[in-house]
Design a protein around this ligand. Structure first.
Ligand code: FEO
Length: 398
């Protein structure tokens, strides 16, 4: 059934949501699905902005044909060549063989890798600031390299102030009946998932996000159209401010994270005791996670939100407990910065995880490691109270 929505003058959302996919990129758990957005401007010339994932191809193609009716498609603007948005390019070309593909030089390198059969298709190669006239609508192209692929670009419709922003400003989560962010309680419904999407998909590229935010600041943006999640037409500055914080690795609030790994419960018990004392002495909200039970994408998202992180970790095979090591590897891969870590190690005969976690975290920029590292031998006991209090006080004061 055709299900597109007009979002502003001659501009339509023609995407859809996948609520069946269990893991985005076969990595990140999806509890509430994900949307794949695609847009059309109908002017003297018609333009399609990105296609969609193969999982919603039927809906996408119905919507495209529904919007265009008897009209031909003049341009397919490719803002991003990742398959969750480009999978339908060859199908669109088969339906509209005269369509001209619009992208930058990198776009077309990737196009020929994914779709060598389209090498002879009509193409227009654009660079920073180039314009394309559709009639009433004038499009300007803004390069957004490494947000989060090298060919990524934004397209700005100067006529309506609509920014087609590729993956930037996207979020996990299916779109329900509403298409606009202001039709939801965004903070309640989407913010945690938007942060998890940012941290895990774009988080490594803070510098590149900063560069494109500076370019966006020069545009009179009235509508923000990402490739995932709702469209923004109100309170856009609030969401851009979140991107400012996230891309400068600035904590959003002063909640404290306690993340523990535990084989048999002894390290867990120590972490819970410390968390309660930290809560009591700091007066701040303390969020506790079991590293074995929580997917690392949620933990890294929480690291983006909070400035102070306390890790309780057993020693395992003379190394770091494996789920904690995986989580720390994610922090390193995503280039976490500007955070304070406090470390507690457990070991029955040769505790080593504190030293090893320190070495891993020292790869990160502007990371402070609280002194002292707390050492637990098998389990925390009443006799360890002084050491525990010294650790807790150091965490609170750090
Ligand atoms: Fe939603 Fe980078 O693709």
């Amino acid at each position: 059934m055709i299900n597109f929505k007009k979002i502003t003058d001659e501009t339509y959302w023609i995407g859809g949501s996948d609520r069946r996919l269990s893991r985005f990129e076969n990595i990140f758990p999806l509890e509430h699905g994900v949307s794949y957005n695609s847009y059309v401007i109908e002017d003297e010339k018609t333009a399609l902005f990105d296609t969609a994932d193969i999982s919603i191809s039927d809906q996408f193609l119905e919507n495209l044909k529904g919007v265009l009716g008897d009209k031909k498609l003049d341009y397919l603007v490719i803002n991003h060549m990742e398959p969750d948005h480009c999978s339908q390019i060859a199908t669109v070309v088969a339906l509209y063989p005269d369509v001209t593909l619009v992208g930058n030089a990198k776009t077309f390198t990737f196009l020929s890798q994914f779709f060598p059969e389209l090498n002879d298709q009509n193409k227009v190669t654009v660079c920073e600031g180039d314009k394309l006239e559709l009639g009433k609508h004038t499009l300007t192209f803004v390069m957004a390299p490494m947000v989060h692929w090298p060919e990524a670009m934004f397209t700005f419709d100067e006529t309506t102030g609509t920014l087609f922003s590729a993956d930037a400003f996207g979020t996990f989560g299916a779109i329900d009946a509403g298409i606009f962010a202001d039709e939801y309680d965004f903070e309640k419904t989407f913010l945690d998932e938007a942060r998890r999407y940012y941290a895990n998909i774009v988080g490594k590229y803070g510098m590149q996000v900063q560069a494109v935010l500076k370019k966006a600041a020069g545009l009179d943006i009235k509508m923000l159209c990402p490739l995932h999640g709702p469209v923004w037409r109100e309170n856009i500055g609030w969401f851009i401010d979140k991107y400012q914080k996230w891309s400068t690795y600035t904590p959003e609030d002063d909640d404290i994270l306690v993340i523990y790994g535990s084989l048999y419960g002894h390290t867990e018990s120590a972490a819970q005791k410390a968390a309660a004392l930290i809560r009591e002495k700091s007066g701040k909200k303390v969020c506790v996670y079991d590293v074995s039970q929580t997917h690392a994408s949620y933990l890294t998202s929480e690291v983006w939100r909070c400035g102070k992180i306390v890790l309780f970790c057993p020693t395992y095979n003379n190394g770091i407990y494996i789920p904690m090591e995986d989580f720390l590897s994610d922090c390193v891969a995503l280039t976490v910065q500007n955070r304070t870590f406090a470390l507690a190690q457990n070991g029955t005969w040769a505790p080593a995880s504190g030293k090893l976690m320190t070495e891993k975290l020292q790869c990160l920029k502007n990371v402070t490691i609280v002194d002292p590292v707390l050492t637990i031998k098998s389990a925390l006991h009443e006799t360890d109270e002084q050491e525990l209090l010294a650790f807790v006080n150091a965490v609170v004061e750090a």
